[in-house]
Each structure stands twice: as C-alpha cells, then as structure tokens.
Design a protein around this ligand. Structure first.
Ligand code: FES
Length: 135
C-alpha cells in the first residue's frame, strides 16, 4: 500500500544528489543509498527512510502505507538528523501518539535525508519484531 495523504501538505524536502549510508544500528544493516534510484518504491515520501528501509529488505511496520496517519514507522535518528527534512505539523501530531518518544524520534515515512551526511537510526524495541533482515 502506498500513496499520499490528501489531508496534509507534503513537507519541503531536499533530495540527495550524492550517495550516502543509512545504518540501522539494531538490525546490523548498512544501506548505501543511490540518489539516482530514488524513489525506490511508492511507500512513504520519495527518498524517505521508509522508502530506503523497505527497499533494503528491512520490513518496518507501516500500517497506514506511509501517509503519516499511524506512527507505526517510528524510528530514532541517532546521527545525521540535521540533514533530514524538518518535522512538519502533521508528523508532530502523529508522533504525539507514538510510544517511547525520544530525541531523534521521526516517522520513517516522513523523514527524508538530504544525503549530506550518513545517517544512523535505531528501530524502537516494540517495533523490532517487524524488522527483518532481507537480502
Ligand atoms: S507508515 Fe504510517 S505514519 Fe509512517
């Protein structure tokens, strides 16, 4: 499932122009992101962490299909957050419903890295069962 949410305005994002790395610390996964292949799929904002994770075989939960309507794609951005799209009001509203909020909490479907730095993320423990390593 994918698509856009007609009730919210897409955030302004700066898509990457150079390759960068997304590390998923607690899934032992290192993903090289190739900007020429973005979007990888049609789930979450193009180039979002969710788009990147799903393409890399990390099966993050994304109950609403990546349209900022569920908070099940909650991740912690531990490094490189300053190069990610900013948190818009709609994402903030959804994060208010997510358990275990911390500094760096983002919805993977709304967080788009610019590629100006490598990113490290952690998947919350309550969502860890959903994260499976793929190819
Ligand atoms: S997948 Fe539902 S908010 Fe991200």
């Amino acid at each position: 499932m994918g698509g856009t949410n007609p009730y919210i305005k897409d955030p302004e994002v700066k898509l990457p122009t150079q390759k960068f790395i997304v590390r998923v610390e607690n899934a032992n996964k290192v993903i090289e992101v190739d900007p020429s292949k973005i979007p990888y799929g049609d789930t979450g904002l193009p180039g979002s962490l969710l788009d990147i994770l799903l393409h890399a075989g990390v099966e993050m939960d994304h109950a609403c299909g990546g349209v900022c309507a569920c908070a099940t794609c909650h991740v912690y951005v531990k490094q490189g957050a300053e190069t990610c799209s900013s948190v818009e009001e709609a994402e903030n509203d959804m994060l208010d419903m997510a358990p275990d909020l911390k500094t760096g909490s983002r919805l993977a479907c709304q967080c788009v890295p610019s590629g100006e730095a490598d990113i490290s993320i952690e998947i919350p423990s309550w969502n860890r069962n959903y994260a499976r390593e793929g190819n």
